[in-house]
Design a protein around this ligand. Structure first.
Ligand SMILES: Cc1ncc(C[n+]2csc(CCOP(=O)(O)OP(=O)(O)O)c2C)c(N)n1
Ligand SMILES: [Mg+2]
Length: 789
């Protein structure tokens, strides 16, 4: 249970020597990788390649200490985005990254600018890039690790890992970090280390002096242990000398801006300023006189975050699994010519500066990529040291996990009337009740909308996950309620507070449980459809990691009618259509929901699969009297089917998605009287239809043979030039593109404006989604057609 077993307490002088040598090499390689990409590799487009030498220099000591000494194989790490070159340099020294990829840093096929689980080959645990999200992801990964542990889905003999985030201090400006911390407190999160590279600089500026106090307070408030690493060993020794206490006080009182500016100016400037401010204090002049300008600069920049011994001491002093926050004082650009300069974030050393840096590192031309060139240590010993680094013991940490078998059918019960949301809830309820391997690996989660998104039945069957058992007080007090709310370590629903960012970070962590922890989970999250937008960057982040999950956005569109415009989703189908790594489905009927979920449980596990987004509704509608066969289900999965086939040569059809089905059928019945043979195309996934059609078009453009896409096959049943009325309770461009597949004229209906409170007939009328609106479009189509003839 504890990770202590593998840790050493007390570092020998030999180890320290190896680590300080490696720290120097890591800094060099990171800076050189960026330099090579910008100044040596030929440019074809004249663009600055970029990279962040100052951000890397700031964190080189911390990351060397972590990766080469402190971390254990079971630990998982999110690295601040701009330290990507440091991460790749470390993996290069481990033998997990190639020189070619470093040489191609930020070029196609090379090491990625920001660590990427999917695009990098050197075992990135969590992708980062959008600041703050990697930080939050580690917290949720820790909850997922606990979940797996209590569900006996982790090897019993292995200790739990620490989820570690190496954080740029400005990442703490992101609100999602604090949302995550609160949720972590509720879940009594453990085994979490956040290491803050406290260089007191963000992109634009030097940050406020008193910020760390606030940061400390936040962490204390939610029960974390805060460790401040401020003064390195050199400074600590200087403080012991006469006048030393005054020097400490001066450093503590110095504003971040002044400290940064003096760091940039160097030893001479420190001497002037300290003489001016402290010269009258006994011992100070002697202290200054004993040091050259260079040594004085070393002393004043000897913050603990750059002092290997101090860093190791702090990390190894941890004795428990409480969440820990390390605030490590550092200098942005430490050891580089622009150290401390406020504009250094994207600064790059020029050729001349690089030559100076090269000389100080002892690296000869031609030896830039040599792992041990210029180090004051025996290469054989360094090799031995690296071969024994605990973190790198298990060469690949990307774990394999067995697929979770999906039953041949889901127990679907036909009903006369139902909403897609009810159908979703009922299917999960039945799975929970009937049990089996799939049900045992399902985990649901929701930001305070569990009951209102119909997860209640499932929760009644499977309970809520909590580290400590907690009875349902309302139940024990015999207060009648449909909902059981008992919590235990065996529960399978993770209840979150209302923070959609947290939902998506939780889905991220649940959705990579397989590769991270060796056992898959099948995560299902629910959210009110409009509030997907609240967590959108985190959803994008989840997809970017290739986390796999099923998301139900429900209720959606105008069908929330009385809830009004603030709860109405308009643009979400376009998010579903456009978001890579996520496939949108918007079924109309319960049996479609069953077919999609049944297939989806396998799809989210497939090597070439992705995550699913089911846009659902709470509007109960009459269900078709039918039993779906295999080919019907296949068409639903492929994105659509002719619910009413068009007659040969029919001049018009209606294509629709979701809960507008009754209005479509009503319009269809009315149209039949005038235009025989009108068809109704049920589009279950505009996303699948669109992307398959697009891929097919691209393949044909590349001269490759293909079979026509599903969209093309469906629409070829209509003669070219026929009218296609498209209808969706969402933005009309979700479906109107269908007109371009086989040369049909689109007549789009859908929502383009904010809604307001009302009932469905009023709102559908106002927004042009009722049968009358469809008939008006049909009349227009007839007029247009007559004009063309
Ligand atoms: C969500 C988001 N907004 C903006 C950026 C652009 N950006 C990249 S780094 C950065 C500031 C980083 O400062 P800090 O976290 O302190 O990192 P360091 O000082 O270590 O470079 C900003 C604003 C981003 N990557 N993500
Ligand atoms: Mg910073």
């Amino acid at each position: 249970m504890s990770y202590q077993a593998g840790l050493k307490h007390g570092t020998t002088a030999e180890r320290l020597a190896c680590l300080t040598a490696l720290e120097k090499k890591v800094l060099w390689l990171a800076a050189w990788t960026i330099h090579n990409a910008n100044h040596i590799r030929p440019s074809r487009d004249g663009l600055k390649v970029g990279g962040h030498q100052a951000s890397c220099a700031s964190v080189a000591t911390l990351m060397t200490a972590l990766y080469f000494d402190v971390l254990q194989p079971e630990d998982r790490v999110a690295v601040k985005p701009h330290a990507s070159p440091v991460f790749h340099a470390i993996q290069y020294l481990f033998g997990n990254q190639t020189r070619e990829k470093l040489e191609r840093f930020r070029a196609l096929g090379g090491a990625q600018s920001y660590p990427s689980r999917t695009k990098d080959s050197d075992d990135v645990d969590f992708s980062t890039g959008s600041v703050g999200l990697g930080v939050g992801a580690t917290l949720f990964a820790s909850i997922v690790q606990d979940y797996l542990h209590f569900h006996k889905l982790l090897p019993a003999e292995k200790p739990l890992g620490r989820m570690v985030s190496i954080i740029g201090d400005a990442e703490l400006d992101e609100g999602n970090v604090f949302e995550a911390m609160l949720e972590g407190w509720k879940h009594d999160v453990r085994n979490l280390w956040w290491v803050i590279d406290y260089n007191r600089q963000s992109l634009d500026r030097v940050v406020s002096d008193r910020l760390f106090q606030k940061i400390k307070d936040f962490f204390h408030t939610v029960g974390w242990t805060v460790v401040i690493l401020k003064h390195g060993k050199l400074q600590q020794a200087a403080f012991q000398r006469p006048g030393g206490e005054a020097l400490r006080q001066w450093i503590d009182d110095c504003s971040n801006e002044l400290y940064s500016a003096l760091t940039f100016k160097g030893g001479k400037a420190w001497r002037e300023r300290l003489t001016q401010d402290l010269g009258h204090i006994n011992g100070i002049r002697a202290l200054l006189d004993d040091l050259t300008d260079q040594q004085l600069q070393e002393l004043m920049t000897n913050l603990a975050g750059h002092d290997m011994a101090a860093v190791l001491e702090a990390f190894h002093a941890v004795r428990d699994d409480k969440p820990h926050c390390f605030i490590a004082y550092t200098i942005k650009g430490f050891g580089l010519p622009f150290a401390g300069h406020k504009d250094n974030h994207a600064g790059l050393m020029n050729e001349e500066q690089m030559e100076g840096f090269r000389a100080s590192m002892g690296v000869k031309p031609g030896e830039e990529w040599e792992p041990f060139a210029g180090l004051n240590a025996d290469p054989a010993e360094l090799e031995r040291f690296i071969a024994n680094v605990p973190f790198n013991r298990e060469r690949t940490r990307r774990l394999k996990s067995e697929p979770v078998p999906v039953p041949t059918t889901l127990g679907f019960r036909p009903v006369k009337r139902a909403s897609t949301q009810e159908a979703f809830g009922r299917i999960l309820h039945d799975l929970g009740r009937d049990g089996g391997p799939l049900a045992d690996r399902l985990v649901t989660t929701s930001p305070d909308v569990t009951v209102s998104t119909n997860l209640g039945g499932w929760v009644n069957q499977r309970g809520i996950f909590n580290r400590a058992d907690r009875e349902d007080v309302f139940r024990s007090e015999k207060v009648v309620s449909m909902q059981k709310w008992a919590m235990s370590r065996h529960g399978q629903h993770i209840e979150l507070g209302i923070a959609e960012n947290n939902l998506f970070l939780m889905l991220t962590a649940l959705g990579i449980a397989g590769p991270l922890f060796g056992n898959r989970l099948i995560p299902v999250g629910t959210v009110y459809d409009p509030f997907i937008a609240r967590g959108l960057d985190a959803l994008n982040y989840a997809c970017y990691q290739d986390a796999r999950f099923i998301l139900a956005g429900t209720p959606s569109g105008l069908t929330l009618a009385p809830e009004g415009g603030a709860h109405q989703s308009v643009v979400e189908p376009l998010i579903g259509l456009g978001q890579p790594g996520l496939t949108l489905y918007e079924p109309a009927y319960a049996d479609e929901v069953a077919a999609i979920l049944h297939w989806g449980f396998g799809h989210v596990q497939a090597e070439d699969g992705d995550s699913l987004y089911l846009r659902l509704s709470s509007r109960a509608i009459e269900q078709p009297d039918r039993v779906l066969g295999a080919s019907d289900a296949a068409a639903i999965i492929a994105g659509g089917y002719w619910q009413i086939a068009p007659a040969e040569g029919a001049p018009l059809a209606i294509a629709y998605s979701g809960a507008v089905a009754p209005e479509v059928l009503e319009a269809h019945a009315a149209l039949l009287e005038e235009i025989p043979g009108v068809g109704v195309l049920a589009v279950t996934s505009a996303d699948r239809l669109y992307h398959e059609w697009l891929d097919d078009t691209r393949r044909r453009a590349a001269g490759k043979a293909t079979t026509p896409s599903h969209a093309e096959q469906l629409l070829s049943r209509l003669p070219p030039g026929a009218a296609l009325i498209t209808v969706i309770d969402g933005h009309p461009s979700t479906l109107s593109w269908l007109g371009s597949v086989a040369g049909h004229r689109p007549y789009p209906l859908g929502t383009t404006k904010f809604g307001e409170s009302g009932d469905i007939p009023d709102l559908y009328h106002k927004h042009g989604l009722d049968a009358d609106a469809m008939l008006d479009m049909a009349a227009l189509a007839c007029v247009d057609a007559a004009r063309r003839r």
